[in-house]
Design a protein. Structure first.
Length: 263
């Protein structure tokens, strides 16, 4: 049976990934600064400010400092931002303004391979930024090892999940200014209500159910368990949710991008 054209994907997508890496290496100093400085700003703000006021928080039957509670959330938010903004704003610029996608499609590459490479590249940026932030946070004893090492492969899973949804929005927004809508309606609520800065249990029951439908909630829960070295049975359900989220939005992203660029 012949594969539908948008899903004609081979390992050639790796060449597009390499192209993005070459561009990234040219400005690596600028790209390295945010992941290195951002955790320091959070540590100063929350460690010297809120942490002293809040004290300890009960998590998984243990008392942990507020700083230790939000550190995994900082990492998870970083994974989301790096992947989502790479496949939304950055991909839109490559597609619409730089016409990079048009040039690639004039080669033997298929559109599915270009889209796959963009999503994988977004996940790669998520892994790089997470590795840098882990190095900084580890210096303050905020990451438990060896479980903390599993955060790196987790950042790739989170990266492809949020990269896929970012590419989906790239395929449907008419102009770059319209990205304000998915950021306001999708990214910002997750940033605030996914168990990032306070436990989900503090929300009313209906809001708790809504929070569990957000992918960042599951990414935060896994990252928090790995950071604190507290592994619970529900960890596999969180991983399964992120995988299903990616498997849902990846084909949707390919379809909407095919409609935009080909049809």
């Amino acid at each position: 049976m012949k594969i539908w054209a948008p899903f004609n994907i081979s390992w050639l997508f790796w060449r597009v990934w390499q192209r993005n890496l070459i561009v990234y290496r040219r400005i690596w100093k600028v790209n390295f600064l945010p992941p290195l400085l951002e955790p320091l700003f959070y540590l100063l703000a929350f460690g010297m400010g809120l942490s002293s006021l809040i004290g300890e928080i009960s998590y998984a039957g243990k008392e942990v400092s507020y700083l230790a509670f939000i550190t995994p959330a900082i990492l998870a938010i970083n994974m989301m931002y790096n992947a989502f903004f790479e496949t939304s704003y950055a991909s839109f610029v490559r597609m619409y303004y730089q016409k990079t996608f048009d040039a690639m499609m004039a080669t033997p590459l298929s559109l599915g391979e270009v889209i796959t490479a963009e999503i994988v590249w977004g996940a790669t940026k998520s892994v790089i930024a997470t590795a840098l932030m882990l190095a900084v946070l580890s210096c303050f004893g905020l990451v438990h090892y060896p479980t903390g090492l599993l955060i790196l492969p987790l950042s790739f899973l989170g990266g492809i999940a949020f990269g896929a949804v970012g590419m989906f929005f790239t395929g449907i927004v008419p102009t770059i200014d319209m990205f304000n809508l998915p950021i306001f309606l999708f990214i910002t609520p997750m940033f605030l209500f996914s168990g990032t800065f306070f436990p989900i249990a503090n929300l009313p029951p209906w809001a708790q159910k809504l929070a569990l439908a957000l992918p960042l909630t599951h990414l935060v829960q896994i990252t928090r368990q790995l950071c604190l070295g507290i592994l619970e049975a529900g960890l596999w359900l969180n991983l399964a949710y992120l995988l299903v989220f990616f498997l849902l939005f990846f084909p949707l992203a390919v379809i909407v991008m095919h409609r935009r660029l080909v049809q």
